[in-house]
Design a protein around this ligand. Structure first.
Ligand SMILES: Nc1ncnc2c1ncn2[C@@H]1O[C@H](COP(=O)(O)OP(=O)(O)O)[C@@H](O)[C@H]1O
Ligand SMILES: [Mg+2]
Length: 375
């Protein structure tokens, strides 16, 4: 966002807060009061500052450059991917790179079409409207949004029943940036109206390493390269988690050591916070543990699994599973979730003879196509 002008009404600001609180709740239980401020301080502000996501960065920079040359607002952009990979950051960068005002809201905050009409009617030409968790918008609002995206016009319905009248409302050309953790949940008419969809990928350890060093620099934390690598390797491919672990490790370094984050300090701190060598946290391990010990390795439905670990289905599906699938520890099959040999090994267990995939079975990898296909 940088110097870019921002005009947020109080309602929109509240919506942004709600969206933020919800995204926080999704990623971890241990939310810090100061995390929001720290995240803001650590956010890259230009595309050039973004680490990793090469392909998305190049595609997006083309979209933006072309729009600048045409002197028209860029196509609507959909940002899809698990929490903490940089969706909000990219939305802010899009506005900043276009020198356009950014307006923020979120799907859950738009419960009525009227909420959206109020936002749209206040838009100016070239504004960027960021709708976080766009898959959670109400259906009537969604329908209003298609029309606004395509024709820059909406019909506002006044009154109810036979006396209701639709008042057409022109909206100046704007850019919608939607973010979602579940692109598959968006109805296709909405999905199709985005000119460009960016699928954010989990980050490689080398990229997380750069992110940790950059954040340490901004926060004034001293760390050795081994210390940075240790944090990066346990960050579940996720910048938000890398930044959070860095701050926890910094606390530990200040209280239990001389302030410098060395490999040993990082190691001890992360053990204390129950983040294991592979980056699995307590929820990830609980899911694997329930899957293996209680359900014999599966297959088991995700809702049942969620109940077993005492979490919302969404949390298991959007936070724990994408990472476990990526680690090759969990497979989504048409019949339910299944533990792979890597899961049994990780827990230090031996798969029972009846398990769907017993040790040594190379038939299933976490990176297989998602047969369960609900996203
Ligand atoms: N590519 C990146 N390079 C550096 N830092 C990043 C990157 N992506 C995300 N971050 C950091 O991770 C944090 C979370 O990113 P955010 O955009 O809020 O994720 P999302 O909206 O996808 O949940 C931000 O504070 C930002 O500092
Ligand atoms: Mg976000």
């Amino acid at each position: 966002m940088g110097e870019s002008p921002r005009r947020m009404t109080e309602v929109e600001y509240d919506a942004a807060e709600v969206a933020y609180a919800e995204s926080r709740a999704l990623v971890a239980g241990e939310a810090d009061a100061d995390e929001r401020a720290v995240e803001a301080a650590l956010r890259p502000r230009t595309l050039a500052e973004v680490i990793g996501q090469e392909r998305v960065r190049e595609q997006l920079s083309l979209v933006l450059e072309a729009a600048r040359r045409r002197q028209s607002p860029p196509d609507h952009v959909l940002l899809a991917g698990p929490p903490g990979l940089g969706k909000t950051t990219l939305a802010m960068i899009i506005a900043a790179e276009m020198s356009s005002p950014l307006r923020l809201t979120s799907g859950p905050a738009i419960t009525h079409a009227g909420d959206l009409a109020a936002i749209l009617s206040g838009m100016n030409e070239n504004d960027v409207l960021f709708v976080d968790e766009i898959h959670r918008m109400s259906r009537p609002a969604e329908e209003m949004l298609y029309m606004a995206m395509e024709d820059f016009r909406v019909d506002v319905v006044i009154g109810k029943g036979p006396g209701a009248t639709a008042i057409p409302l022109e909206i100046p050309p704007f850019t919608l940036v939607g973010a979602t953790t579940r692109a598959g949940l968006l109805p296709s008419p909405l999905r199709d109206r985005f000119g460009f969809t960016a699928h954010l990928e989990f980050y490689e350890p080398a990229e997380l390493d750069l992110i940790v060093r950059r954040s340490a620099g901004l926060l004034g934390v001293e760390l050795t390269s081994e210390g940075a690598a240790e944090i990066a390797s346990r960050s579940r491919g996720t910048p938000r988690i890398a930044n959070r672990l860095l701050r926890r490790v910094r606390d530990f370094a200040q209280v239990r050591a001389d302030g410098t984050v060395t490999e040993d300090v990082a190691h001890r701190a992360l053990d204390l916070y129950e983040v294991d060598q592979s980056g699995l946290d307590r929820l990830d391990r609980a899911v694997l543990d329930a899957l293996c010990r209680r359900f014999g390795g599966g297959p088991v439905g995700v809702s049942t699994l969620a109940v077993a670990v005492g979490e919302e289905r969404e949390t298991v599906e959007e936070v724990a599973e994408p990472f476990l699938v990526r680690m090759g520890m969990l497979a989504r099959t048409p019949r339910g979730r299944v533990a792979t040999p890597a899961a049994w090994t990780h827990l230090g267990l031996t798969a029972p003879a009846g398990a769907m995939f017993s040790a040594g079975d190379e038939g299933v990898r976490g990176d297989q196509p998602d047969l369960f296909a609900d996203d």
